[in-house]
Write a protein that binds this ligand. Structure first.
Ligand SMILES: Cc1cc2nc3c(=O)[nH]c(=O)nc-3n(C[C@H](O)[C@H](O)[C@H](O)COP(=O)(O)O)c2cc1C
Length: 196
């Protein structure tokens, strides 16, 4: 048996949730609030929310809360990522590209799951573009995602899903995959740094 494989796996995971929109009156807050509650329910711990509105990174409006370095530190501490992404013109918003491009090693050998929303497509085209980007960054995008078509019709005025069953079940599948990859890649990174 290879040294270390017998070691008990650390089951605890730090999840970071990245928001995809900086638009005024964005719908992102509604979807992200639901997704964060689901992550907390599944992992028994709230995700670290990374909001481009509050990041001091060139190319973003320049909120004062978090410097680029503290943003990268948060990514570094994360074992897995959930990206909440709307679809803009068949892709994802420019602000999200700035956020993703502002880090590099922090994404490597870690899983990424998507919660997408939009009009008729439910953000699926944005997710497919994001998958290509994360391959370049050595991220591992999990197969299942959660998608809200005409998202504003699916949530009521209190941010509650009118029919939660389907989304909850899709989220559970996605989070199970994120957890599997998150736990195994965490252990693998501890045994051998990913430097390939
Ligand atoms: C610039 C722009 C382009 C959009 N393009 C699409 C699109 O290609 N497909 C789609 O389904 N919805 C599209 N939408 C609808 C958005 O996905 C929807 O308004 C969503 O709520 C935007 O997220 P946000 O409010 O958090 O910024 C677009 C919206 C904007 C503002």
């Amino acid at each position: 048996m290879i040294n270390g494989l017998e070691a008990e796996m650390d089951q605890s995971l730090n999840i970071a949730m990245i928001l995809g929109s900086i638009r005024e009156q964005r719908f992102c807050d509604t979807v992200a609030a639901w997704a964060a509650a689901e992550v907390e329910r599944y992992f028994q711990a709230a995700p670290e929310v990374i909001d481009p509105l509050h990041l001091n990174i060139p190319g973003l409006p320049g909120g004062s809360d978090h410097s680029a370095q503290s943003y990268r530190d948060k990514l570094q501490q994360a074992d897995a990522f959930v990206v909440v992404v709307p679809e803009y013109n068949h892709s994802y918003p420019a602000a999200l590209k700035v956020v993703v491009d502002s880090a590099k090693a922090e994404w490597r050998a870690k899983p990424v799951g998507f919660v997408s929303y939009g009009g008729i497509s439910g953000g699926l085209r944005a997710v497919e573009h994001m998958r290509q980007v994360f391959v370049e960054l050595h991220g591992v995008s999990v197969r299942d995602s959660v998608s809200f078509a005409s998202a504003w019709e699916q949530f009521d005025e209190n941010g509650k899903l009118r029919k939660p069953e389907r989304a909850e079940s899709a989220m559970s599948r996605m989070l199970a995959q994120l957890s599997w990859w998150g736990r195994h890649l965490k252990q693998a990174r501890q045994m051998e740094p990913y430097e390939v």
